[in-house]
Design a protein around this ligand. Structure first.
Ligand code: ADP
Ligand code: MG
Length: 382
């Protein structure tokens, strides 16, 4: 991929580029906790997007997308959002940089990668963080990783109109090989936890569905959490979000909240706890314990938080049945997307055959399998 990007850049723009890379990400555990300032546990993966970039001494920025085989030109001094277009993520970052006082001048860029779009690996964050890394490197802005992640988040919020969290760009920026990031979404700081998988591997199974309910349900769950906080803060004026509660508070929380809100709050409170337990398990190489936490997370997301769907439940349950799978759960916002599975590497072919057959039979869909490995974050390549 790296060679292909360089070659295309030379062919189109006839000068030597500098190269940047940004990866996609997975989330090991900690779902629907970020917007309550809780904890998540992502890792960057090996799949990512490569960028070849060089200054062109003009105000005109020319971009070629290899994957879409499309060109886009814009004036760096004056441009406006193009929602839904891939160039929007690039203009969004340039806009953030300019607002922060960085003088971005015209550049040429070719980019392309191997992250399946819309499968739950956050290709959009890789694109945003990668563009930020490339531009920062090209103009020697030396922008810190955390700022790159925050600009990427802001860019997607303002340009795409998406109410997204910090996790995806943060993981793409800070990823480290064979580590996951225990990220605190209140302070935006993280702890690196080493992941030693030994004879086990992480494998995503893509349901290949995205139910219409996803967006409206996401907003509803967010509001439900906010409503709970409002009610609870009358009794506990010091609390700001559900993150401020722990397991021992559950009986009190239960006595205050209506039943419907309690089950949602309970998920968020216990999921935060599971993230910490998962961190401890992985730090000590206790993969079986980690697998159990994955299952508990899925059950909570499915039964209490109600963001799963028949396809995700089916895939998780199929995995739990297999002795060589240590854990499985839905990954991401829900109502479609992937499950993440921890299983014996040697049995992956057998797993794929078995799951393909049963999923095809149940839903008439051929699932997609994506092997993932905790890898390094965004960087200038040369
Ligand atoms: P994801 O879950 O993968 O982040 P999104 O819908 O948030 O899915 O973002 C996908 C969008 O990001 C694509 O529609 C495209 O505009 C942009 N994008 C991602 N990867 C690439 C790529 N390799 N080339 C061009 N655009 C890309
Ligand atoms: Mg995205």
């Amino acid at each position: 991929m790296r060679e292909l990007i360089t070659k295309s850049f030379l062919e189109i723009f006839a000068q030597e580029p500098i190269l940047a890379f940004a990866p996609g990400r997975i989330n090991l555990i900690g779902e629907h906790t970020d917007y309550q300032e809780g904890f998540v546990f992502p890792a960057a993966v090996a799949q990512g997007i490569w960028f070849a970039i060089q200054k062109n001494k003009s105000n005109s920025t020319r971009i070629h997308s290899l994957d879409f085989n499309e060109d886009f030109v814009f004036d760096v001094k004056s441009f406006s959002p193009r929602k839904g277009h891939w160039a929007n993520y690039i203009m969004g970052i340039v806009s953030q940089f300019k607002q922060a006082g960085y003088e971005v001048e015209g550049f040429d860029m070719v980019f392309g990668g191997n992250i399946p779009v819309g499968s739950g690996l956050s290709s959009s964050a890789a694109l945003s963080v990668g563009v930020g890394t490339a531009i920062s490197g090209l103009f020697n802005f030396n922008i810190p990783k955390k700022s790159l992640a925050l600009y990427a988040q802001k860019s997607e919020q303002l340009y795409e109109g998406l109410n997204c969290g910090i996790m995806d760009p943060y993981a793409s920026a800070f990823g480290k090989a064979d580590h996951a990031l225990l990220l605190d979404c209140r302070t935006n700081t993280h702890e690196e936890i080493p992941i030693t998988l030994g004879q086990y591997s992480l494998l995503l199974v893509n349901t290949k569905v995205k139910h219409k309910l996803a967006d409206s349900a996401y907003n509803k769950r967010r509001s439900a959490c906010e409503e709970s906080v409002e009610i609870l803060s009358q009794k506990f004026p010091e609390i700001k979000t559900l993150r401020d509660f722990s397991e021992k508070d559950l009986p009190k929380v239960k006595s205050i909240l209506p039943r419907e809100l309690f089950s949602k709050a309970k998920h968020v409170i216990l999921e935060d706890l599971r993230v910490h337990q998962a961190g401890e398990s992985l730090r000590h190489g206790e993969l079986v314990k980690f697998g159990e936490l994955m299952k508990a997370s899925h059950e909570s997301l499915s039964k209490d938080y109600e963001v799963s769907c028949a396809e995700l439940d089916f895939l998780a349950e199929e995995s739990w049945k297999k002795s060589y799978v240590l854990g499985s759960r839905m990954m991401g916002g829900g109502f479609g997307g992937c499950t993440i599975n921890l299983l014996e590497t040697e049995r992956i072919p057998e797993f794929k055959r078995s799951v393909s057959t049963s999923y095809l039979q149940a839903f008439n869909i051929e699932p997609e399998f994506i092997e993932v490995k905790p890898s390094d974050g965004a960087r200038i390549v040369k």
